[in-house]
Every structure is written in C-alpha cells, then in structure tokens.
Design a protein around this ligand. Structure first.
Ligand SMILES: [Ca+2]
Ligand SMILES: [Ca+2]
Ligand SMILES: [Ca+2]
Ligand SMILES: [Ca+2]
Length: 357
C-alpha cells in the first residue's frame, strides 16, 4: 500500500525534525548589535545630566554626567540624574525582529562619597514617558525642552515623566570598580518601543541610598573624547528567516516532481535547519520536508488528495537555528491527469513518428 508507506516515512521525518528543532532552540544563536558612539553601527545618542541645585542649568556638552542622591527621604527627588537616549535604526522595529536582550552600558569613571563600608547607592534605569520629547541641549531639572516643564521637576512624575519601576537597578559601594562599563538590562523598554511607544530613553537616577551626604556615581557621556567610553546599547536579537517556494511545478502522470526551497535564507547569523511544505494547502506544513523533496504522482494524488489536471497552490515555511519559523511562501503545482491526455499525447507522438518516415 503506497498510502501506508508514505504516512510511515512522514512520521519518521517528523520525529527527526522534532529532535533537530529542540536542539536548535537550545543553542539559540543570536546576533549582537552594539551601539557605540563613534563606532561602526552607531547612529545617534543624546544625553545630559540635570541638577536639583541648579534647576535651570543645562549641562549638555559636558563629557560627564552625575547620578546622585543626598536626601534620606525616599519621597524626595534625587540630587542629580542623567538622561540618555539612543536612536534605533528602523529595522529594529520590524515585526520579523525579536529583541531577546538589551543592555544599557555606562562607563563609570568615579564614585561620589562612597568611601565607607556603610555607603551604597542604587542606580536605576527609568524609561522616560513617550510624551516627554526632551532635548539634550535644553533639558534641565525644571524643563524637558524650551519652556516645557516636567510634571514634577527632575523628571520625577511617575504618571507623566517616567515609569515608576526601573528596568534594572545596580548597587554601587566603596568596593565598586571604576573605569569600566556597568550594564543595566533594559530589554523591557526596548520592547516597549518596538511595541509602538515613542523612544525617549532613560532617566538614570538614584531611588535609594544609605543616607547622609551626596553619594552616587559619575559616568562618561557622548561628548567624551574617548569614544570607547561613551554610552552604549547592546541588543541581542534574532530575525525570522525567509521562505522561497520557487516553482511553478508540474508532476507528470505516475512520475515525480522535485521541489526547490533552495532560495530560502536566514536573515541573521546561523542557518536554516528545516523546510516544511504544505502541498494541499490545508494549513498543515507536514506534507514534505527538506530543501528539495522528491514527490511521486501517487503520493500527491492518492495520499494528499490533489486533483489531477489542476494547478494548485502550495506553501513552504522554513525554520532556523534560532527556533523561529518564516512566514509562508507560495507557488503552484500542476498534477497531470491520468489516461486521456497521456494516451492522446502518446498517440500524437506515434503519429508524428509515423509521418517522419
Ligand atoms: Ca550630551
Ligand atoms: Ca533567524
Ligand atoms: Ca540565526
Ligand atoms: Ca498540508
């Protein structure tokens, strides 16, 4: 029975495919995109610090920023906060791209009054609200641009200026090493922007500390002459692959046809690991597997139920080493009719042979 044989081989292929798929998902090859000002891949970074003690002064143009607190009362604002934003290229927003991990890196060159074993400050990355289109050369403790005031000075209003909960918070103590990058995990914010919220970057602020005199950290900003020490954003991302079903195809009566998925490709690092075909277009991509499967007329007609004499749509989806499927690509497959056409063709051929004699 050809039916039984076909179903059996399909089941084996499916089992093998399951093993390949789970292995690929575990490896999850990803691409890392790094934004370093002045380095390849960088577009634009904007930053400045703002200062409670000088609420109308804009500090853009300085190579440094401060992130401090000097009030024990958690209801009070911090002393100095640093605003930072990175423009992202348009492809990051494409639905084919998934950002798995985003890290904001700031080069810490100094600790401010962290000099006893009791001293500690927490520094968090708080996403700034979409309606706060702050301008680096204008923002101060009082305004986010021009004469537009923050709802609460210092970008402190958790309804209108920034989110209430940090993407990530790092603790600094007297033992924290300086002259190195510290990285805040900011995947949530990057995905919020991918989801449609306008990107206004982060307010880097101290939500809490051990108390006492002003404490905090000092960081290099975009104006730093050392490009390697400027703010950076690392994104680990994957992109779905692209299927190409090629064709159109034609299968002779009791012959076979070889499909060609070789034009399909992976868009990020890594490779394709499976090609899955839907030949009766019932939405199940389980009719054939592989980049170039060979299919018999008998399988197409008697197992899949394709109608001889018609050109029918077929679909291909490809699966990559990141564990992601492409969207479907389509082509057409013509399956030849059995006897009448074939017999007529043979008869005509025979006639032509006869006439040549
Ligand atoms: Ca700046
Ligand atoms: Ca991929
Ligand atoms: Ca990949
Ligand atoms: Ca199918």
């Amino acid at each position: 029975m050809s039916h039984g044989k076909s179903c059996h081989s399909a089941a084996i292929v499916l089992a093998v495919f399951s093993i390949i798929a789970s292995t690929a998902t575990a490896e999850h090859a990803q691409t890392t995109l790094r934004y370093n000002p002045g380095q390849p891949g960088h577009t634009s970074t904007y930053d400045t610090y703002i200062n409670l003690d000088a609420p109308t002064v804009n500090y853009n143009g300085n190579w440094y920023g401060h992130i401090t607190r000097d009030s024990d009362d958690p209801a009070d604002p911090p002393e100095k906060s640093t605003l930072v934003r990175f423009d992202l290229p348009s492809w990051v927003y494409d639905s084919s791209v998934t950002v798995h991990n985003g890290k904001l890196g700031l080069w810490v060159y100094g600790l401010i009054d962290l000099d006893t074993s009791y001293d500690c400050v927490n520094v968090g990355a708080y996403r700034i609200n979409p309606n706060r289109d702050w301008v680096d050369s204008q923002a101060t403790w009082n305004v986010f641009k021009g004469t537009s005031n923050w709802s609460t000075a210092g970008c402190e209003n958790t309804t209108w200026d920034r989110v209430a909960t940090a993407d990530d918070t790092l603790m600094f103590t007297e033992n924290s090493a300086i002259n190195r990058y510290y990285e805040w995990t900011v995947t949530g914010s990057v995905n919020a922007w991918k989801g449609g919220a306008a990107n206004r970057g982060w307010n880097m602020r101290v939500p809490s500390y051990d108390g006492g005199p002003e404490e905090g950290i000092s960081v290099n900003l975009t104006e730093s002459s050392t490009a390697a020490n400027r703010p950076k954003l690392w994104l680990d991302w994957t992109q779905t692959p692209v299927a190409d079903a090629d064709g159109p195809y034609s299968c002779d009566y009791v012959g076979s046809v070889i499909l060609n998925g070789g034009g399909s490709y992976e868009r990020d690092a890594g490779s394709l690991v499976q090609w899955a075909w839907d030949l009766n277009l019932d939405g199940n991509y389980t009719d054939a597997y592989g980049v170039g499967p060979s299919l018999t007329w008998d399988y197409l007609v008697n197992t899949l139920g394709l109608t001889p004499g018609e050109s029918q749509p077929i679909g291909l989806k490809v699966f990559d080493d990141d564990g992601e499927w492409s969207t479907a690509a389509y082509s057409t497959l013509y399956v030849a009719v059995p006897e009448p056409t074939t017999m007529a063709f043979l008869a005509l051929g025979g006639l032509a042979l006869l006439r040549r004699r």
